[in-house]
Design a protein around this ligand. Structure first.
Ligand code: MN
Length: 226
């Protein structure tokens, strides 16, 4: 047992639907521009392939938690996303083996300081403060899953009004391709979460807003911005 000079940080964890044990979060990868209509609403070129960025593991807000409106932004955006949780890892995982790594799926929101992201894009600076801030990854419980990935409706509402409503079948990189592409850049491992990108309809949130969202067959999440 290693002695540490300060208290070791707790392992962020996400509950698993219907089980007593939780899923420990090692790392959060995120896919950008994985739905064509969202790529267009963000001003992207139709030929640009999706790409990855990351959030720290402790950005997770487990079910029942309410994320705080973060400092230093006046344009906090919601992005509803299907999240894949990995039970195994590896480097250079072929597409036809990628689903072997999947523990299950959850529903997540990639909260984004859109104003800081726009400034970073203008200056060619990194996105960490726009994407990887405290409480930037609210998530539902994880549902264990075998076989073909979810293909159904993905939606998000704010104060009861539906803002995002699409199908996860519309992703540009499908689920096995996302896992395979990620494994070309990082050695994946159990505990990794991948946020798989958001469809069109992203928009601003205010303090007090009630956010609800879901992915058909996977689950739902709900929280308030406090
Ligand atoms: Mn996103």
């Amino acid at each position: 047992m290693t002695a540490f000079v300060v208290d070791a940080p707790a392992t962020p964890a996400v509950p698993v639907d219907g089980e007593g044990a939780a899923f420990p979060v090692r790392r959060i990868l995120c896919v950008g521009r994985n739905y064509a209509a969202h790529r267009r609403e963000m001003g992207g070129d139709d030929r640009d392939p999706p790409f990855f960025f990351a959030k720290p593991a402790d950005a997770i807000v487990p079910p029942g938690g309410d994320p705080a409106y973060p400092p230093r932004t006046a344009n906090l955006h919601h992005e509803i996303e299907l999240v894949v949780a990995l039970k195994a890892g590896g480097l250079d995982v072929p597409v036809d083996r990628a689903l072997d790594l999947v523990f299950g799926y959850a529903v997540g929101v990639d909260l984004t300081r859109r104003d800081l992201q726009a400034a970073a894009k203008d200056k060619g600076q990194p996105w960490d403060s726009a994407k990887g801030f405290d409480g930037s990854a609210p998530i539902s419980a994880i549902r264990r899953w075998d076989g073909a990935p979810p293909q159904g409706r993905i939606w998000l509402s704010v104060n009861g009004q539906v803002r995002q409503d699409a199908s996860v079948a519309d992703m540009i990189w499908n689920l096995p391709e996302i896992v395979s592409e990620a494994s070309k850049l990082w050695r994946l491992a159990p505990g990794d979460l991948i946020f798989t990108g958001t469809p069109e309809g992203v928009g601003a949130l205010q303090r007090g807003d009630r956010v609800e969202g879901g992915v058909e067959g996977v689950g739902e999440l709900a929280f308030r911005i406090v």
